[in-house]
Design a protein around this ligand. Sequence first.
Ligand SMILES: [Zn+2]
Length: 293
Amino acid sequence: MRFGDDPESRNYIDDTGRRGGFGGGFGGGNALGCLLPLIASRFGIGGVIVLVIGYFLLSSLGGLGGGGGSITPASQVGQTSAKSNLDPAIKHFSLQVLGSTEKTWNQLLGGKYQPTPLVFYSEADNSGCGMAQSAMGPFYCPNDGRIYLDTEFFSELSRRFQAPGDFAMAYVIAHEVGHHVQDLEGTLTQAHDLQARASETEGNAIQVKIELQADCYAGVWAKNAKNAQGQSVMEPGDFEEGMRAAEAIGDDTLQKQSQGRVVPDSFTHGTSAQRMEALQRGYTSGDPNACKF
Ligand SMILES: [Zn+2]
């Protein structure tokens, strides 16, 4: 990718130095956050690293209203914890990506975009959706309107999922920003209302649509993102990196790896083929309307 010396977003919170600072009760899966119960029921907790982008359980979002979530007080944003262990290069790149999503989505939404803070953490952190844990993968929490990212996930993408590359990392962030856009548009609230009346299978189908739209939005961002020199931030080979990542983290692929079989009813993010198609649709069109469902 070609970000040059583009500015970093200032909308971040570095919690990486707060490792282990959350009291007891964390071991053994007792401190279940709002994301973990569903993951546990699908994959089993026992040591399985579940890498699910943007795993959030809509049915637990009882307090969500109006979209946008609560806005982080300005005083908390831009903070770095005392003993940060955030890799400076990862931080710089992530915040350039975040800054680019802010600029691009503001243009796409006619100046109505409200930025979302990105919380970097190590191993565990408190979120408005309960305990954030590395095993959840990155996620967006509508309750506090923040993106949570354990940057170890980037290493996992490259090592475990053989999907390396800067755009693979950018896609992860842009997908979560896509959920924030859905939040601003009221789509998450609508999905939540629909899910409240749906069976579990139907509820999962709704969530798949939400996830695929976030993938599509990531593609829309990539297509429209320009650096400070007005060039596309995308270089040859970048899009293919994103497609490899989308393929690697499809529900069917993850399920085969973790339990050796595929259970389509329990899909919540879409198959590898669906995720690749959604990312491509957004990227080819560059138009958020192409992501409607
Ligand atoms: Zn997601």
